[in-house]
Design a protein around this ligand. Structure first.
Ligand code: SF4
Ligand code: MG
Length: 317
């Protein structure tokens, strides 16, 4: 009975190099109402694909997505409209995601007019002012074009555009990574504030682990489209167990703790077009053995987390 329950993919179907690839594979998890669920992993691991598939920007060709108990991956465009307004997306690049020829007022009000065609001009104006205020802007922004704003302001406008239709669930795909470091915290705080004021649920796709630790209730670590480890934030950060999680987390500088062993990751992420056999991480894992090369590790419950690793299951890691 989660908010997004029984979400499972066997194959994602993004269009990549004109080849259909399994970008997301055997991924299954729940997101509870009001929580921030983060997905981490190196680029190319399927994080963005996952986020976009959930809200219907990519069609999945196997698996099921449930939203508040209702299956949504097989809905028609028309049936999906109701869910589209409940699920909004904030993109990584605020320079690319705002139409450069539209002023802020039309950028903000377009989704509102689309989803709520019966609203009066006054109601539309009120909603636009309200969300703009929530993100730290004001109505003096209405007549201006995106290029007149800084990156941080543009991301505020993007967030306002997502909020204007009163969504329940927001997929934020690396919402701060294109921004200047000095303003990243402001945008994170804004997202937290919006969540608290409106009871939002977030799927947060990110690679900055210190931010993830700060804002998340649960964290899922992905590698090549599969789940390595999934746990509540405290469990995962205090005691990462999967070799990939350990390697990824060992790069985080910890305040006051002398940098211990940084576990280097050997090699590059292989291409998802030709997935490695067995555990997809085996080519880069120093604990890999013959079983790892041949057998896909199942996602099991162990020590308060979900984890997919033969070595952990066997008790040798
Ligand atoms: Fe390493 Fe084997 Fe665990 Fe994969 S299953 S992470 S290769 S020990
Ligand atoms: Mg991405």
């Amino acid at each position: 009975g989660g908010f997004l329950d029984k979400l499972s993919f066997e194959k994602g179907k993004p269009y990549l190099n004109k080849t259909y690839v399994k970008a997301v594979n055997n991924v299954s998890f729940d997101i509870n109402t009001g929580e921030t669920f983060s997905v981490v992993g190196e680029s190319g691991c399927g994080k963005s694909t996952l986020g976009r598939s959930i809200i219907g920007l990519y069609k999945i060709n196997q698996g099921e997505i449930y939203y508040s108990g209702k299956r949504i991956d097989n809905l028609s465009e028309k049936q999906m409209l109701d869910y589209r307004k409940k699920m909004q997306m904030v993109f990584q690049d605020p320079y690319a995601s705002l139409n450069p020829r539209k002023n802020v007022k039309s950028i903000l009000t377009a989704p509102l007019k689309f989803h709520f065609p019966d609203l009066s001009a006054a109601e539309i104006n009120d909603k636009a002012s309200e969300v703009l205020e929530l993100v730290g802007g004001d109505t003096a922004w209405f007549k201006r074009l995106p290029h007149e704003f800084s990156g941080g302001q543009r991301q505020r406008i993007s967030i306002a555009r997502a909020l204007i239709v009163d969504p329940e669930f927001i997929v934020a795909d690396e919402p701060i990574s294109a921004l200047d470091v000095s303003i990243q915290a402001q945008i994170i705080n804004l997202l937290i504030e919006a969540q608290n004021k409106r009871g939002l649920t977030y799927l947060f796709v990110a690679h900055d682990l210190s931010v993830v630790e700060h804002i998340s209730d649960k964290v899922m670590v992905m590698y090549l489209g599969t789940i390595c480890e999934l746990a509540d934030t405290k469990t995962l950060f205090s005691d990462p167990r999967h070799p990939y999680t350990k390697a990824l987390f060992s790069a985080i500088p910890k305040l006051g703790i002398p940098s211990t062993k940084h576990i280097p990751l050997k090699g590059e992420v292989p291409t998802p077009i030709n997935l490695p056999s067995g555990c997809v991480f085996h080519g880069r894992c120093r604990y890999a053995n013959v079983r790892c090369k041949n057998e896909v590790p199942a996602l099991i419950e162990k020590d308060g987390r979900k984890i997919a690793c033969h070595g952990v299951e066997e008790g040798r890691i």
